[in-house]
Ligand binder design. Sequence first.
Ligand code: P6P
Length: 332
Amino acid sequence: MQKIVTIERFILENQPRTAKGEFTNLLYDIALAAKVIASKTNRAGLANILGRAGSTNIQGEVQQKLDVFADDVIFRLCDHTGRLCLMASEEHEEVIHIPPQFEKGSYVLVYDPLDGSANIDVNVSIGTIFGIYRCLDHDKRGRLEDALQPGRDLVAAGYVLYGSSTMLVYSTGQGVHGFTLDPEIGEFLLSHEDIRLPEPPGYYSVNHAYYTQWTPGVQKFVRWLQGVETMPAKPFQLSERYIGSLVADFHRNLLGGGVFAYPAEKRKPQGKIRLLYEAAPLAFLAEQAGGYASNGSSSILDVVPTALHQRVPLYIGNRKLVEQLEAFIAAE
Ligand code: P6P
């Protein structure tokens, strides 16, 4: 019988020697939140949770009920555990302090509870993205500075993809590992150990509708991906796949090899993707899988956030593709 490895067993067997239970248990908490969110996501059309919650988030985006639900689940599963000193969520304008009655912990959790939520009503895969940092202040009160750390300082990052199956993919700096939820037993089971971006890459993902908004170097890069530009030689053919849900597009490129791009635009010079809880955690995973993530000129992991919800141009996936993008932009 094939060895059955639950995420709990894998975390325990692979936790850094120095890790205390706090970090390991925080990963359990996130896996539990993923199960709870998955249970609602898979029946969104039935549970009268479709459509607008009426409220809008700080991005001015109309909040879907599932957005609000996912954000609430993560907060309520993590606020009292004594493992965190602070949280930051895409759905909250300010940092989220741990309620005073609860013990503080050593870690910061940043997260996008449900990215791609515009896709909920059309039954397209959506996802949760998270990153974990160490608290900087030793009295663990948790301040904004604890959340504004560069991705290079992440101790863990991952995502949950609510798709044809529910997958949790994470890294603690020892490779990238994927777990698939078995809904019959309610366990995440190891299904993709040590994920590496394959060579040659198979895909590129970008929204061509914005082509006229891009700078010449980015336009040239996309024409190169298409084979229209023929220098430098590109001895492989790519397919274009773009689902408009970052976690789904990233996951496909992670498993099949490729590059995802949400470029800077003339009207949006910082692009659309958020640095803290979207680009940086995915950049951490990409590097752990042998790839690279850039803002167009340097590693996403080296960008020090100055605001919780700042955006960043994002080019992420196979290193050679992303470095070629940087070269085209540098030659603009
Ligand atoms: P566009 C979803 O709203 C999201 O933030 C990402 O999940 C996705 O990659 C991107 O926006 C899609 O944006 O402008 O191509 O529709």
